[in-house]
Design a protein around this ligand. Structure first.
Ligand code: NAP
Ligand code: GLV
Length: 309
């Protein structure tokens, strides 16, 4: 069996080790532009370059080394009609829970303001926020969103979730669909975007919708940069309608310099690290799915081509 591996970062060693351990019978070929590559059974990639597409034409399935599949679905029309399979958790859910819980608690306990005060030598306790006024709304109640909601439930925050299909989640007020979005936003003090990027979700968080959040709201975006209209967010932060934003993802990555986000003290940013792909866990998960496919069994985490995630 031949597996074609593409890593944009060039770091292939942990993947080769992972596949050698989990699928020793496989021959793993590292994709390189211009190299002659014999037909492979499976491909493993996150965001393939256009030059790789011809080598995907005859594979039996394409494995995406992330939870989000926008990097490959932009080529949807050029991909063969084979299963496209993403990672399901693979160690990312716990990382997301850490990242979002940290950001929420930083705002709720006003650590962001204490950090600013400390830099100015100010010793001044601030009034505590009321938990009842600090509802957290998670957009995307999928594998990662549900884990984040479960983690936040431990702190007794009022929780809300928004998804495409209707859901019932214990302790979470659930909203769904375009019709449920405005109500979801109106009652959300901390908005956490954990959506996949699809034609339906691109640019969702623009001025009108962000303005539905209550005065003094916060935004945590760990979905994709293209969910948010950056100039609208900046304007609402500068106006004080949005009190702070923690952003892990951006329209253009790395975030270019200059960019006004770098200099806005109420915007905290990280370089797309909220939940990293763990090569060992991920290679083992992909290997398990390959074994299942070879046996003719169904596998989880199939991408719905129509929905785009
Ligand atoms: P998932 O299990 O597929 O969950 C996606 C959720 O979004 C589902 O609840 C889905 O609704 C909802 N959704 C999709 N389209 C929607 C729409 N048009 N309207 C309302 N809700 C919609 O995905 P996941 O594994 O949780 O990952 C979520 C995203 O996190 C990824 O796609 C990626 O963009 C992002 N991510 C970021 C990082 C990072 O480091 N920053 C790391 C990993 C993932 P249904 O439940 O009804 O299907
Ligand atoms: C990372 O952003 C992922 O989608 O896994």
């Amino acid at each position: 069996m031949r597996i074609l591996l593409h890593r944009a970062d060039g770091v292939t060693e942990p993947w080769l080790r992972g596949f050698a351990a989990a699928l020793p019978q496989a021959d793993v070929i590292v994709w390189q532009e211009g190299a002659a590559i014999a037909a492979c059974d499976y491909a493993v990639t996150w965001a393939p370059p256009a030059a790789m597409l011809e080598h995907l034409a005859h594979v039996k399935a394409i494995f995406v080394t992330g939870a989000g599949v926008d990097g490959i679905m932009k080529f949807a029309d050029q991909l063969p009609q084979v299963p496209i399979i993403r990672l399901g958790d693979a160690g990312m859910a716990a990382q997301m829970a850490e990242y979002v819980a940290y950001a929420v608690l930083r705002y709720f306990r006003r650590f962001d303001e204490y950090e600013a005060q400390a830099r100015r030598g100010i010793w001044q306790p601030l009034p505590q926020f009321e938990k009842a006024d600090f509802s957290i709304g998670v957009m995307g109640a999928g594998v990662l969103g549900r884990r984040v909601l479960a983690a936040l439930a431990a702190f007794d925050f009022p929780l809300r979730g928004w998804s495409r299909s209707a859901k019932q989640i214990d302790g979470v007020q659930c909203f769904h669909g375009a019709d449920g979005l405005d109500d979801f936003l109106r009652g959300t003090r901390v908005l956490v975007c954990m959506l996949p990027l699809t034609p339906d979700t691109a640019n969702l968080l623009e001025r009108r919708r962000l303005s539905l959040l209550p005065q003094g709201a916060y935004l945590i975006n760990v979905g994709r940069g293209a969910h948010v209209a950056e100039t609208d967010l900046l304007a609402l932060v500068r106006k004080g309608h949005i009190a702070g934003a923690t952003l892990d993802v951006f329209r253009s990555e790395p975030l270019p310099a200059p960019h006004p986000f770098w200099d806005e003290p109420r915007i905290s940013l990280t370089p797309h690290v909220a939940a990293l792909t763990l090569p060992d866990v991920s290679a083992a998960q992909i290997a398990e799915k390959i074994v299942a496919l070879e046996r003719g069994e169904a596998v989880a985490d199939l991408v719905d081509r129509h929905a785009g995630y």
